[in-house]
Ligand binder design. Structure first.
Ligand code: SF4
Length: 229
């Protein structure tokens, strides 16, 4: 099965589930707040937390500070206080300040739109850099977070040990025209249906082609299935 098929089926499932749903980054990008600097900071805030916490921390931070200059001069403790809802706020505040300072000093306050330059920023890895390209610049890239990594490996579409390996495999296998859709759709699918610990396979249209389901899910699902269905 190709990516076109997975994208079509996942879209159908999400339409039936929560038609208007979107990820925190998708929302920030769509509402026109998605200038690349804000997307970069939102991606840092989104690390290991839920979308609603990212949104809250983002709103609080940007209602007080508006750009890299203001954030690079901000008081550490105030940043921590504002972003508290996102968790790990000491580390995240430090990253936000470092990255703001570097963007101001090296790039005159403008986030670079080149992958290698983004990767040279402090604490910016491939996932964050690719999120900035997709959600901030509208450039084709494949941000691979834990949802994307888990799902494409469960499906058997790739066979990779780390998110970076998954990204490289996806870039080889998937036509560029689908790159921009992957993160948004697979993250939402991972939040709603193909969940990390107990995926809702009984509601999934991909059961017949999913390697994980054929190997493990079938037994779990069959065992719990009500009689007569
Ligand atoms: S069948 Fe289950 S494991 Fe496979 S993609 Fe669907 S929800 Fe995920």
């Amino acid at each position: 099965m190709g990516m076109r098929f997975f994208i079509r089926e996942i879209r159908r499932m999400l339409q039936e589930d929560v038609p208007e749903g979107t990820t925190a980054l998708g929302e920030i990008s769509r509402r026109g707040m998605g200038d690349p600097f804000k997307v970069l900071i939102a991606t840092i805030l989104s690390h290991r937390t839920r979308d609603e916490n990212t949104n809250k921390a983002f709103q609080q931070l940007f209602s007080t500070y508006k750009d890299a200059k203001e954030l690079s001069e901000a008081d550490d403790r105030q940043i921590q206080e504002l972003i508290k809802p996102s968790g790990f706020y000491h580390v995240k505040a430090k990253r936000i300040k470092e990255v703001s300072r570097m963007i101001l000093e090296k790039y005159k306050g403008r986030v670079p739109s080149d992958l290698e330059e983004l990767l040279s920023l402090p604490s910016v890895g491939r996932k964050t850099a690719n999120c900035v390209l997709v959600y901030g610049f509208g450039k084709p890239a494949i941000p691979v977070d834990t949802h994307v990594h888990r799902i494409v490996n469960r499906l058997g579409f790739v066979n990779a040990k780390t998110p970076d390996e998954t990204e490289f495999e996806l870039m080889k296998k998937v036509d560029r025209k689908y790159w921009m859709d992957i993160n948004e759709l697979f993250v939402r699918f991972g939040q709603r249906i193909c969940k990390p610990v107990i995926p809702r396979c009984n509601e999934c249209r991909l059961r017949s082609v999913c390697r994980w389901y054929q190997k493990f899910g079938r037994q779990i699902y069959e065992k719990n299935r009500p009689r007569g269905i």
